[in-house]
Design a binder for this molecule. Structure first.
Ligand code: GLC
Length: 434
């Protein structure tokens, strides 16, 4: 067992020097993509200014991510303050509610969520749409889905303009005269705007959740800034292990979103599962007879992994509970529990290290001599809830850049992916028509 852990550590723990190299490669890829050359970063630019904190008003936001859909009614109060007045959330992966059958079902479901939160509004409400998948956007009211990611499969949406599909669903559901869809943006952009609403140093927004991606403010020659969504989940410059390759091969889009598959919540538990299954097949983990559920892909979710990493009990009882409830494994030994926890720590640590390297690359792109203060706004369950993740990310980032702590702040922006879209809607609604 000791040898196999050593081998895993060699594959998963990256030295600071390796991380510096990765960050350089990442920065290089941003330069390549922005110069118009072929690149693995399908960058999307937004014609949006940064907020000044004085945007106000009441807005509805529909936020569609990898595992959940959420509609909110948000009041922006100015001076960087906001209030969520009402909110409804539904999990996409709820087996009782299958919205993955057809595009019409999926968009009717979204229209119904909006209807729920604007129920008591007796005037036309401006709507902002957070749509968080790889898209092509010609303007803020157009968003063509290039491909699904995060293992979503609904047919009939790829290649379509989701703004159009949502507007059609609003019409079908009798909401067209109650709702005015004014802006569609990505969740990273919304997170950046949320933080910038009260902190002008914010120039990077990131999601570390079911998926992972970052955006930043691109400095233009005239000194102004433009927000660019890097879609960095698709980055290809990182060396993968054989388990990463296996997950990619069996995924919905082999060859796509390779970096996301190494770091994001959709895949962390699955990585641990395939590594443990591999060890099991070699006789190095668990002396049990196989159970069916054990072989089921994605049967270890990142919330299970979070429980395992949280488990500091003497007997690793929580870890035993996860194995029992998830996979029906009732007789693991202490060494088996210790090993799955160690594997989990390695996988999660690598994710934090790789994301730190990408942040370092983005920071050097924005501020080559690292002269300024920067805030990185982050939303997402992995960053918020995975034990040790946030601390690890910060520690690695400071070491890669070799900057004093304090020059770069990492800021958790809870609900940032929804609030920032209300801010974008306010900026659009308050801009006088030309
Ligand atoms: C995926 C999507 C991206 C989104 C990210 C986080 O990577 O392609 O648009 O920002 O997930 O939700």
């Amino acid at each position: 067992m000791k040898n196999c852990l050593q081998e895993l550590q060699n594959e998963f723990i990256l030295s600071i020097q390796e991380l510096v190299e990765i960050s350089r490669g990442f920065k290089q890829e941003i330069d390549t993509a922005l110069s118009g050359k072929p690149s693995s970063l399908p960058i999307v630019s937004y014609a949006l200014n940064l907020p000044n904190g004085e945007e106000t008003g009441l807005f509805c936001v529909l936020d569609i991510g990898g595992t959940r859909a959420r509609a909110s009614l948000i009041e922006l109060q100015g001076q960087g303050r906001y209030k969520i007045l009402s909110q409804v959330t539904y999990g996409f992966r709820d087996p009782q509610r299958d919205y993955t059958l057809s595009a019409a079902d999926l968009f009717d479901f979204q229209a119904n969520l909006i209807a729920e939160v604007i129920e008591n509004c007796n005037y036309v409400v401006n709507l902002g749409y957070t749509f968080s998948f790889p898209c092509k956007q010609n303007n803020l009211n157009h968003c063509q889905l290039l491909k699904w990611a995060k293992e979503i499969k609904t047919p009939g949406v790829e290649g379509q303009d989701v703004v159009k599909l949502l507007n059609l669903a609003l019409q079908r559901n009798g909401l067209a005269d109650k709702i005015n869809l004014v802006v569609t943006i990505n969740d990273t952009v919304a997170t950046l705007l949320t933080s910038a609403y009260s902190d002008p140093n914010t120039d990077i927004g990131s999601i570390i959740a079911t998926g992972h991606n970052s955006c930043c403010v691109q400095k233009l020659p005239d000194g102004k800034g433009k927000i660019i969504n890097l879609e960095c989940g698709n980055y290809t410059g990182i060396k993968s292990t054989r388990w990463d390759k296996q997950i990619d091969l069996n995924s919905q889009g082999p060859g796509e979103q390779l970096y996301e598959k190494m770091v994001s919540g959709q895949y962390l538990g699955e990585l641990v599962r395939v590594i443990c299954l591999d060890l099991y097949k070699k006789g190095l983990w668990l002396k049990i007879t196989k159970t069916a559920s054990w072989e089921t892909p994605y049967s270890l979710e990142s919330r299970h992994l979070a429980s395992i990493l949280h488990d500091n009990s003497y007997e690793l009882e929580k870890t035993a509970g996860v194995l029992r409830e998830n996979w029906g494994i009732t007789t693991p030994g202490y060494d088996d529990l210790r090993l799955i926890k160690d594997v989990g720590e390695l996988v999660v640590n690598r994710s934090a290290q790789l994301i730190a390297a990408s942040f370092a690359g983005i920071l050097v792109y924005i501020d080559p001599a690292l002269q300024h203060e920067h805030t990185i706004a982050i939303d997402g369950s992995v960053y918020e809830n995975m034990p040790g993740f946030a601390e690890n990310l910060q520690k690695n980032l400071y070491q890669i850049l070799n900057v004093p702590s304090g020059q770069i702040s990492l800021r958790l922006c809870k609900d940032g992916s929804s609030i920032g879209t209300a801010i974008a809607a306010a900026m659009i609604a308050q801009t006088p028509a030309r």
